[in-house]
Design a protein around this ligand. Structure first.
Ligand code: ADP
Ligand code: MG
Length: 165
């Protein structure tokens, strides 16, 4: 699968990349985020959800305690966007209590932080995003699974693309 790699130098650049990703997203889709604490998963999610028109960036906060938040895009192109954080999930039981199967019963966008903890079968298209600290405010963000190449007018700089294994 094609992977594209970006470097961002501020939280705003990461949010902007999120908006660029949002412009390419079509429901149904799973957006699976990986990366250490503070890598920028929630920050990127702010941009994605704002870009989808489902909330303002400041309304998107880490679903640390409730584990899942839902946002509604109103209007003729109504859309539900779910934002889950599996950091505190304990085992399969905790995961099933989240009710993700129900979430996937109708087309939506599901964005998952700590997605490596997800054990879920779905045939929905998957966008994978890996975020990495490069020290200070620099982050490396690899995106794969968006079928259209990301057109970047954003300030986030593209460092080249590669074929992922
Ligand atoms: P995570 O959800 O991966 O734990 P957050 O998005 O909550 O990470 O936190 C990232 C933190 O790093 C925020 O405080 C953000 O302002 C800061 N930050 C600094 N530079 C960047 C960058 N280039 N991209 C994303 N966040 C950044
Ligand atoms: Mg987070």
């Amino acid at each position: 699968m094609r992977a594209e790699e970006f470097l961002t130098y501020s939280a705003e650049e990461t949010r902007e990349l999120g908006r660029v990703i949002a412009a390419r997203l079509k429901a149904p889709a799973l957006v699976l985020l990986k990366g250490d604490l503070g890598a920028g998963k929630t920050t990127l999610t702010k941009g994605i959800i704002a870009g989808l028109g489902a909330a303002h960036e400041e309304q998107v906060t880490s679903p640390t305690f409730t584990l899942i938040h839902v946002f509604h895009r109103p209007g003729p192109k109504a859309l539900k966007v779910y934002h889950a954080d599996l950091y505190r999930i304990e085992g399969a039981q905790g995961l099933s209590s989240l009710g993700l199967e129900d979430v996937l019963s109708e087309p939506c966008i599901l964005i998952v932080e700590w997605s490596e903890r997800l054990t879920l079968r779905s045939d929905w298209p998957v966008v994978r995003v890996e975020l990495e600290h490069l020290g200070g405010d620099r982050r490396r963000i690899r995106v794969s699974g968006l079928d259209v190449s990301l057109a970047l007018d954003a300030s986030a700089s593209r460092t080249g693309s590669s074929k992922a294994r």
